[in-house]
Design a protein around this ligand. Structure first.
Ligand SMILES: [Zn+2]
Length: 330
């Protein structure tokens, strides 16, 4: 039933407001003059509903939040105006999903609106939470490589997008999203490449995020064949931060690709004790050889990278430090 459920932040303020609303309703029910407590109850509920839409003040740059969703990906980009872009929405499991359990509460706690959703590819560990996020947060746009995958969660997410009037866009190399001074450029895939493919990983959406002089490269579960495709097209791959492909699997992160990206920080989104053996030791070694600091969500939990367009600060494991992005490394 429309409006029967409301989305609120899970904070102490919300708990106090909920208590006020409940108490006021009880008083309104037993009082001879119920209008004042009834207004107080409605007022408390209204504040609970609108608090999540208020950004918690401007921050001074761009933020990349690599969420800990177990085995899967869900990466949030936040602009200085408190607007968000979500890349993948984590896995679904029996009865729930990472969209509902992790992504939505994470954004609601920090305030602001979700502007766009970008799907790397239609595997459950990336698209599982998408329908929940789209129906709760209705972003304006949904970007996706349109690789015909039969995953139920993917089809469900498209149905929600259609019902909510969310604009769906097929990613083409050269397309971009401009938001509050941040540019998200799509480097791959194109339809000539994807038409001959069977594996959705190889049709992963590749997104390059630029803010000032700082660049983040998000590659979904791209494997070596797609990396070679990018290298053959001389795509501008250099980035300060790389979201490592395919959870650190040895199917991805070729030496040539890592040399082209030359990241100062490599982030691996991976579940503890996963059955695939991700991340591969060889990939960790290869990342070390190009001089990248490596962080993993199974060890560090959610990882946050902040930048003013020049300097980069990393926050993980309750610690903050500045990333060395000396141009002499290039
Ligand atoms: Zn995956």
């Amino acid at each position: 039933m429309p409006g029967a459920a409301i989305t609120v932040t899970t904070t102490a303020v919300t708990a106090v407001l909920a208590a006020c609303a409940a108490l006021s309703l009880v008083v309104a029910c037993v009082s001879r003059y119920p209008s004042r407590p009834a207004i107080a109850a409605v007022g408390s509920l209204a504040v609970m509903v609108f608090v999540p839409a208020i950004p918690l003040g401007r921050t001074s740059g761009v933020e990349l939040h690599v969420l800990d969703v177990g085995q899967g990906d869900a990466i949030l980009l936040r602009t200085d105006a408190g607007r968000w872009v979500l890349f993948d929405a984590g896995p679904a499991w029996n009865g729930s999903d990472a969209g509902r359990r992790v992504v939505i509460p994470y954004v609601l706690r920090r305030g602001g609106s979700l502007e766009s959703f970008v799907l790397s590819h239609p595997h459950n560990d990336h698209v599982g939470g998408a329908a929940s996020v789209l129906s709760a947060m209705h972003p304006h746009t949904y970007w996706d490589a349109a690789f015909a995958g039969g995953a139920e969660a993917y089809i469900g997410s498209l149905a929600v997008a259609r019902n909510k009037g969310i604009d769906w866009h097929r990613v083409h190399p050269g397309d971009s999203i401009q938001i509050d001074g941040v540019t998200v450029s799509f480097l791959a895939p194109d339809s000539i490449w994807t038409v001959g493919l069977k594996d959705p990983n190889l049709a992963s959406t590749i997104a390059l995020v630029r803010y000032g002089m700082v660049r983040f490269l998000l590659v979904g579960d791209a494997e070596r064949a797609e990396e070679d495709w990018l290298l053959a097209r001389h795509a501008q791959l250099r980035a300060d931060v790389l979201k490592v492909g395919h959870h650190g699997s040895s199917t991805s992160s070729s030496d040539e690709f890592l040399a082209a990206v030359h990241p100062a920080l490599a982030v691996i989104s991976v579940g503890a004790g996963n059955k695939y053996g991700h991340p591969s030791r060889d990939v960790i070694h290869a990342l070390a050889l190009v001089g990248a600091e490596v962080l993993r969500t199974d060890e560090a939990g959610t990882i946050v990278v902040r930048s003013d367009g020049v300097r980069i600060e990393v926050e993980a494991n309750g610690e903050k430090w500045e990333l060395v992005r000396d141009s002499s490394r290039r």
